[in-house]
Unconditional design. Structure first.
Length: 306
């Protein structure tokens, strides 16, 4: 976008500052004890200030009394829609919430009737972030009880044009050192080796320079047969990372703590079954995944009937 066009757009965006986003709204419910109790239970807040005949509402509930619920609010103007339409047309098509701020002026108590109004407070000049280039928009909501200012809530978003896609990234490399280099050499040859202490015979994983059982620094290896079970697992949802193409780039994927038939446990991806079908005790089988020209990783495939 040429400099003149940028300046012209910013002037039009600045004209939205001070515009209300709707008429004065009224909270759908009075400040009330049940909502305070639910909030405190959800937050784990046991302060006695929020219970009993002299209870006050937690200050951080300030915005909760203005929310419209599933039915929404009906007292909104088109200021936001106009502003977003202008930014969309200029190529700033994506949006992300960045932060919010609250200021507390007076306590709210059960029985208070809440009213509020909101304005577009500021629109920033064009900024460049890792997400892309765009404008920060701050909306300020003034919240009152009985006509008296109780607090202020500011909500800030970034309306931006996504940055250009970067070249495909390589999957992060394992840290290889003198203590575990033999393990990764074996994985590259599609073998999973477990250390065995030659002092006491105890198997260990991950690879270590000495035995946790007897302290001996002497060891050899045994090759894992490949059978195992899911001892525990987590499902990874965020953040998505393009390099994790095997079940990780496009959606959730399961990472399991796998107990091998030899008795040691290791962490790796569980593949071959939907992430929401992975279960503790599921039998799995070792496979080797070639991630790219230089990296091979051990993973575990779950059976369809597992």
């Amino acid at each position: 976008m040429a400099d003149g066009a940028v300046d012209g757009l910013y002037g039009r965006l600045k004209a939205f500052e001070g515009r209300p986003t709707g008429g004065s709204g009224v909270g759908k419910d009075l400040v009330n004890e049940p909502m305070i109790r639910h909030w405190c239970e959800a937050m784990g807040d046991t302060s006695p200030a929020y219970r009993g005949p002299d209870a006050i509402a937690p200050p951080t509930m300030l915005q909760a009394w203005t929310m419209g619920g599933l039915s929404g609010q009906t007292d909104r103007s088109g200021a936001h829609e106009e502003l977003f339409g202008l930014l969309d047309a200029a190529g700033f098509t994506s949006v992300v919430a960045t932060d919010c701020e609250q200021e507390y002026v007076r306590e709210l108590r059960p029985g208070d009737r809440i009213t509020y109004d909101a304005v577009i407070e500021t629109v920033s000049a064009r900024k460049t972030t890792k997400l892309g280039t765009g404008h920060f928009i701050t909306t300020r909501m003034d919240i009152r009880a009985g006509g008296e200012l109780a607090g202020t809530h500011r909500f800030r978003i970034l309306k931006y044009a996504p940055a250009r896609a970067e070249p495909k990234r390589l999957r992060p490399r394992p840290v290889i050192n003198r203590d575990n280099a033999g393990f990764w050499d074996a994985v590259a040859a599609r073998r999973l080796l477990i250390q065995r202490c030659t002092g006491c015979g105890e198997l260990r994983f991950p690879w270590l320079p000495g035995c946790n059982g007897c302290g001996s620094p002497r060891w050899d290896t045994v090759e894992a047969e490949g059978a195992g079970t899911v001892f525990s697992y987590v499902v990874m949802h965020h953040p998505p990372f393009p390099a994790f193409t095997e079940g990780g780039g496009a959606g959730p994927y399961a990472v399991g703590l796998i107990e091998l038939a030899e008795g040691v446990r290791m962490i790796s991806n569980v593949v071959g079954v939907p992430y929401d079908k992975v279960r503790v005790g599921m039998p799995v089988r070792l496979e080797f995944l070639r991630v790219d020209d230089e990296l091979v990783l051990p993973v575990f495939r779950g059976g369809e009937g597992g």
